[in-house]
Design a protein around this ligand. Structure first.
Ligand SMILES: [Zn+2]
Length: 347
């Protein structure tokens, strides 16, 4: 029971300064483009504006937790704060944890949490919290790790040949903003003066895309004991949370400064691949950053179905052509998720 997702979205004025202050993420990306004779050629864009997979995964985690909180899902003390951080090491004093969490050191919730997280194995930890189950964890001491069941690419700009005439396929700009104080008395502390300092923000615009895969079948499955440790009802809820966690992401909601730079978004193309009865992990989908990704993606999963005899369906939004029997075209963007929930019996 596995799922793959690709999203192609148009974003204008997205604040991409999202992990370090005042830094816009720019990374090398290789594209295949048409040269002047109309033939294919590779082009390396050395500084393509991008949003990291770390950021996408974090926001998926937060969306998933939001859904689970609204539906009585099991979450630990830390995940329910929507802060995706490492499992705290045993070396950290309980007093420090209590201080950070704003609770008493002998709080029962903290007692229960540390009892599990410091002393128990994978079975108990994933039973206790959907965060550790789905998004994985790493415990330094005693050492234990669970790989994330969900994986994300970076959100990268697609290369559009026509746009090259404007100079760069991934334009961005740094703008100054100012906070204003109406009148500043002459004798005033520097700190107060600084309250109205100008500050820069970086913004990017373009057609962006990301992809993700998730293994819904391993939800509630302990790799250590090779057992399913959850009730079916809780597994269903967590699987649903994985799929619904994607929803805000496909409208570009990831990153800093959303309060002042909610990206001007248009969802262009969404593809959701659903797979049942597969003996191996599914391949990652072809990324929409490439021009001809759609037929390529369909061929990959068609080939995968032939190879493994897995049951595969592809729900596509934004396309006119079915290309193959395993594809179903949908008219509304979120139909891809509705169909996926139905396919897995998670409604
Ligand atoms: Zn947790």
């Amino acid at each position: 029971m596995q799922i793959a997702l690709t999203a192609k979205i148009q974003l204008n004025m997205h604040n991409l300064n999202n992990e370090r202050a005042e830094e816009i993420r720019r990374v090398p990306v290789l594209y295949k483009v048409k040269d002047k004779e109309g033939k294919g050629a590779y082009k390396l864009v050395e500084e393509a504006v991008a949003i990291s997979g770390v950021m996408l995964k974090h926001y998926h985690f937060a969306n998933m937790v939001e859904f689970l909180q609204n539906n009585n899902g099991k979450l630990c003390l830390i995940c329910s704060r929507r802060e995706a951080i490492r499992v705290p090491s045993k070396e950290i004093k309980k007093e420090d944890l209590a201080n950070w969490l704003g609770i008493k050191e002998n709080d029962k919730l903290l007692e229960d949490y540390t009892k599990i997280i410091w002393n128990k194995g994978e079975d108990e930890i994933i039973k206790n919290c959907a965060g550790e189950d789905v998004h994985g964890f790493l415990r330094p001491n005693p050492p234990l790790r669970r790989e994330s069941l969900i994986k994300f690419s970076w959100m990268l700009p697609t290369y559009i040949n026509e746009l090259e005439d404007f100079g760069t396929p991934t334009p961005f700009t740094v703008l100054q903003h100012t906070r204003n104080i109406r009148n500043i008395p002459e004798k005033i502390s520097t700190e107060l003066k600084q309250m109205q300092m100008p500050y820069p923000r970086a913004y990017g615009s373009g057609v962006f895309a990301f992809s993700s895969i998730a293994d819904l079948g391993k939800v509630g499955y302990s790799f250590t004991s090779k057992n399913v440790v959850l009730e079916e009802e809780e597994r269903v809820l967590r699987r649903k949370a994985i799929i619904l966690g994607y929803v805000p992401l496909v409208s570009g909601l990831a990153g800093a400064s959303l309060a002042r730079a909610l990206p001007s978004v248009k969802i262009m193309e969404l593809i959701c691949v659903v797979v049942m009865d597969t003996p191996v992990s599914i391949p990652a989908p072809t990324s929409p950053i490439y021009d001809d990704y759609y037929p390529d993606l369909v061929n990959i999963y068609k080939g995968f179905a032939n190879l493994t005899k897995a049951k595969v369906k592809i729900f596509s939004y934004g396309f006119q052509d079915k290309l193959d029997e395993i594809v179903e075209l949908v008219n509304e963007p979120f139909d891809v998720f509705i169909k996926a929930l139905k396919f897995f019996n998670l409604e």
